[in-house]
Design a protein around this ligand. Structure first.
Ligand SMILES: Cc1ncc(COP(=O)(O)O)c(C=O)c1O
Length: 379
């Protein structure tokens, strides 16, 4: 009954909105890319379909793809064997599995505000209690972690690079967090689905840290524009984690989609092309950051992902309604991302640059923002 209530409490803004075909509308709302899946992956999938790769696979996923993921993880200095990897139907499912096998009724789970809104809900559906930690200047210090000690948090989930802020966690922050988890015997789940969408900073994976109970989550969705394929993976050096997740996958999904796995085997060959897309995101980021700063909004400068987190100085929902009604621009209100996120919006800028330029042209009229803020967002 309680779980059903949590699901029923999902508001419309949190549910997936369908992509609109309305040319006039510029949709910064959806966490998807405007790019198409690399053709060699599509072709390999078609071959899989044509050669009877259409049956159940090993519940952990096919050996060839696990081998490819294991080889790819070396890029991030992650030593792995096939037994450390399990392929899942998307990263969201991987987050659910990872939390479900560790969270019991009342387990406190730490997360950093603002946090991708699914975490909070999944923690609650598993019976856990989310504990939010706020970061001063968006950087982790030891003192920020006190809230986790006070609440006896048993599991922490981070997202690096972060949806919705675009934060890329620095080495010294990860060192602090990992030491904390080691000392307090806390499981650290690191959702790294945007690992290749990083601009000027260096991305560091939690997988390279030894002597810690951790789970790393990856996905093909965002990096390879494969959101609809439902393909992700889990890496953990802790055999118990992998065994339990495997058992859970066996009784919920059986295995990931077969031909999709065959299609993805050579994914590493596509990585160089992905850099062209990352360059587009970076250009979009720069354009938006400049425009929004000029109209007296306060965007946080993203170092990765394709999101921008913006303090609009008034209720984010009202602001979103205003830009939708008057400017034909869709943005997401920030409230569901934390406890103190009411005055924020999230912008997803994985769009063609022409659209971003068009949006910037519509937005750059300074007067409306100031006038609107003065009115507290009332019409
Ligand atoms: C932080 C984060 N993790 C996971 C996902 C979901 O990834 P997937 O499509 O692989 O389930 C998203 C999608 O928005 C996300 O932003």
């Amino acid at each position: 009954m309680k779980r059903i209530k949590i699901l029923d409490s999902l508001t419309e803004s949190e549910s997936l909105k369908t992509r609109t075909d309305n040319q006039k509308l510029i949709n910064f709302g959806i966490g998807d890319t405007a790019f198409i899946t690399p053709y060699p992956i599509i072709e390999a999938t078609q071959i899989g379909l044509g050669t009877n790769k259409t049956h159940y696979t090993d519940s952990k996923g096919i050996v060839e793809l696990r081998e490819a993921i294991s080889s790819y993880l070396q890029k991030f200095d992650i030593p792995s064997t096939l037994d450390d990897i399990i392929i899942t139907p998307g990263a969201m499912q991987a987050v659910f599995y990872s939390l479900f096998i560790h969270v019991e009724e009342g387990t406190k789970v730490g997360l950093f505000e603002p946090a991708w809104l699914a975490y909070n809900k999944i923690i609650k559906v598993c019976g856990g209690i989310p504990v939010f930690c706020s970061l001063k200047n968006n950087r982790l210090t030891i003192t920020a972690l006190e809230v986790f000690i006070e609440n006896d948090v048993k599991v922490i989930i981070i997202n690096n690079p972060t949806n919705p802020t675009g934060k890329v966690w620095e080495k010294k922050e990860l060192d602090i967090l990992v030491n904390y988890c080691k000392e307090n015997k806390v499981l650290l789940i690191s959702d790294e689905v945007y690992n290749e969408i990083v601009y000027d900073k260096k991305f560091i994976s939690i997988g390279q840290y030894k002597g810690i109970n951790s789970i790393v989550i990856g996905s093909f969705s965002k990096v390879f524009s494969m959101t609809g394929w439902r393909l992700g993976y889990i890496y953990s050096k802790n055999k118990k984690n992998i065994d339990r997740i495997n058992k859970l996958q066996q009784i919920t999904a059986t295995c990931p989609n077969s031909f999709v796995q065959y299609g993805a085997i050579d994914f590493e060959a596509e990585l160089s092309k992905i850099q062209t897309q990352v360059a587009v995101y970076k250009r979009n980021r720069d354009l938006l950051y400049k425009t929004l700063s000029k109209i007296n909004l306060k965007p946080l400068f993203p170092d990765g992902t394709f999101y921008m987190w913006v303090n609009v100085g008034m209720d984010g929902k009202k602001f979103a309604e205003k830009v939708y009604n008057d400017y034909g621009i869709v943005v997401v209100p920030g409230k569901p991302y934390g406890n103190d996120t009411q005055n924020f919006i999230r912008i997803s800028y994985a769009l063609p640059t022409e659209k971003v330029i068009r949006a910037c042209k519509r937005l750059k009229d300074i007067k409306w923002v100031d006038a609107y803020k003065k009115l507290g967002g009332e019409k």
